[in-house]
Structure formats: structure tokens, C-alpha cells
Design a protein around this ligand. Structure first.
Ligand code: GDP
Ligand code: K
Ligand code: MG
Length: 271
């Protein structure tokens, strides 16, 4: 159909509901995701009826350990969303980028909306959105859902991105881990498109059950991948999932270091 499907993703408390209500007038459908009691909200964009917005549950990660994470991940990988607006609480970059990196890795077109721009400004912090956009490999826009700032520009970008093929993620882990991920990528079937190969390589590295089932490697290839992962775990003296978690936080620390300038700590005036 000619509808553009936009998924709103983000951590709890990042301002997704505030944004959803602002852009849709909250006149949509409220129900549940199939088979679970997780709320699903869907509504048309007030300024353009050809755009449908789906509010995903607030989550911290895309690992499917909770029904909320599972719903979000299933929807993102379902083929329905044309573009994801990744809402980020810009006053809490470290925690919020942990999910954002994973959503970017899905290969779907992503626009990062740095929300709470008003608070960032009030705190005197500076975020270099151009640099952040280069580091993440997708557009990054400052917005304030509460103050209705930057929303029009955000949706101009969202429409452009919806028409794009999505990004191959820019961020890189430690080279020893990248080597293993490269090997895994080379073992993936040719049918896995370029922008989704890293996502599945990471998921196979993590021995993710859904991904293993879906990709269904030949016995020989599965054994080869397992050998590589097990060797990497031995070298790092850590389990595969923790290795990836550690790598994500490493990438995030570097990104924050490069893209954010904290206001100098205020002198106490209370003495
Ligand atoms: P959700 O959990 O992601 O749905 O977050 P909510 O929309 O419920 O917002 C969480 C809190 O952040 C609420 O108190 C909102 O009023 C507040 N909030 C949302 N967006 C902004 C913003 O742009 N600026 C400020 N200062 N507060 C915001
Ligand atoms: K808050
Ligand atoms: Mg909410």
C-alpha cells in the first residue's frame, strides 16, 4: 500500500508517548500485540494521513528476554515498518544509545530523534549531531516532544529515510571481534540482504535461538560458526553475549567522548 509505516522505538521514559500524542492527536487504535498483554498503539500522523505511527513498548535492549523486547524485535523484523524513529533521551545518552545501536543494526532505515533538547540546553551540555550522525551512520535530529520543537523537520527526514534502503551500521567493535563477525557474515546465505548481514552475524555470535532458526545454516557452517565463537569466548574469558554487551558499551563510550561536551560542573553557591 501507499502508507508509510513508522515505528517509534526507545527506552522507557524517553518521551515516546509525549511524541506519539503530539503527532497523532492520540486518536488511534489501542490494543495488544498478538498473544501478549503488551499494549500496542497505532495512529495516523495528524499532518499526513498516509503515515501510520506504531508505538513500540519501552525497552532497554533487543534481546528477547521480556515480552516487550520480543514484540519490539518481531515487529522491527516483520517487514512492516518502512522507517524507525529511535527516540533517545538526550540527557541520558549512554543508556539510550545501547538500544539505539541495536536498532540501527537491524538495517532498517533509522532516524535518531534526540529528545529533551530543552533540558540539554538548560543543562548547558552540547551534542554535536552531525558528528553523532556520522558515527551512527543515520540521520540524527534534536527535538523536544514536550515543547513541540524540531518535529516538522524530524518528519521531513522520516519521509526521506522511509524511501531509502536503510543503512549498513557504521560502528565497529574491537578488531578481534570484527574478524569473527566477518567470518560469520561470510557464512550467511546470500539471500540475507547487505543491510541485515551484520545484525544476523551478531545474533548468531550471541547464539540467539530465533536468529539461528531463521537463518538455518548447514550443519557444517553452523559447526564452523560455533567453533569461532567458542574460540573467541576462550580468548576473551567471557561468554558471547557479555562480549557483545561490553563491545557496545565500548562503542558508546567512544561516541559520547567524541560527540558530547558536558557543561563545566557548577560551582556551589550555597555556602
Ligand atoms: P515514554 O515512557 O517514553 O512514553 O515517556 P513519556 O512520554 O511518558 O515521557 C516521560 C516524561 O518525560 C514525562 O514526564 C514527559 O512530560 C517528559 N518529557 C517528554 N518529552 C520531553 C521533552 O522534550 N522535554 C522535557 N523537558 N520533558 C519531556
Ligand atoms: K523523565
Ligand atoms: Mg509511553
Amino acid at each position: 500500500d501507499s502508507q508509510i509505516h513508522v515505528a517509534l522505538a526507545g527506552n522507557p521514559n524517553c518521551g515516546k508517548t509525549t511524541l506519539f500524542n503530539l503527532i497523532t492527536g492520540a486518536n488511534g487504535y489501542v490494543g495488544n500485540w498478538p498473544g501478549v498483554t503488551v499494549e500496542k498503539k497505532e495512529a495516523k500522523l495528524l499532518s499526513d494521513k498516509n503515515v501510520t505511527i506504531t508505538d513500540l513498548p519501552g525497552i532497554y535492549s533487543l534481546s528477547p528476554y521480556s515480552p516487550e523486547e520480543q514484540c519490539s524485535r518481531d515487529y522491527l523484523m516483520s517487514g512492516e515498518p518502512d522507517v524507525v524513529v529511535q527516540v533517545v533521551d538526550a540527557t541520558n545518552l549512554e543508556r539510550n544509545l545501547y538500544l539505539a545501536l541495536q536498532v540501527i543494526e537491524t538495517g532498517l532505515p533509522v532516524v535518531v530523534a534526540l529528545n529533551m533538547a530543552d533540558l540539554v540546553e538548560k543543562n548547558g551540555d552540547k551534542i554535536d549531531t552531525d558528528k553523532l550522525s556520522k558515527k551512527l551512520g543515520c540521520p540524527v535530529m534534536m527535538i523536544s516532544a514536550l515543547k513541540n520543537k524540531g518535529i516538522k523537520e524530524l518528519f521531513e527526514q522520516v519521509k526521506k529515510s522511509a524511501a531509502s534502503k536503510g543503512q549498513v551500521p557504521e560502528h565497529k567493535f574491537d578488531s578481534s571481534i570484527e574478524d569473527v563477525l566477518d567470518h560469520i557474515e561470510n557464512n550467511l546465505p546470500a539471500s540475507v540482504p547487505a543491510n541485515k548481514r551484520r545484525y544476523y552475524a551478531v545474533k548468531l555470535f550471541e547464539r540467539d535461538a530465533d536468529a539461528c532458526k531463521l537463518i538455518n545454516l548447514t550443519k557444517e557452517k553452523a559447526a564452523r560458526v560455533e567453533e569461532l565463537v567458542a574460540q573467541c569466548e576462550q580468548d576473551c574469558d567471557d561468554d558471547a553475549e557479555s562480549i557483545i554487551t561490553g563491545e557496545r558499551y565500548g562503542v558508546i563510550a567512544h561516541i559520547i567522548d567524541e560527540c558530547m561536551t558536558k557543561a563545566p560542573a557548577k560551582m556551589s553557591t550555597s555556602e
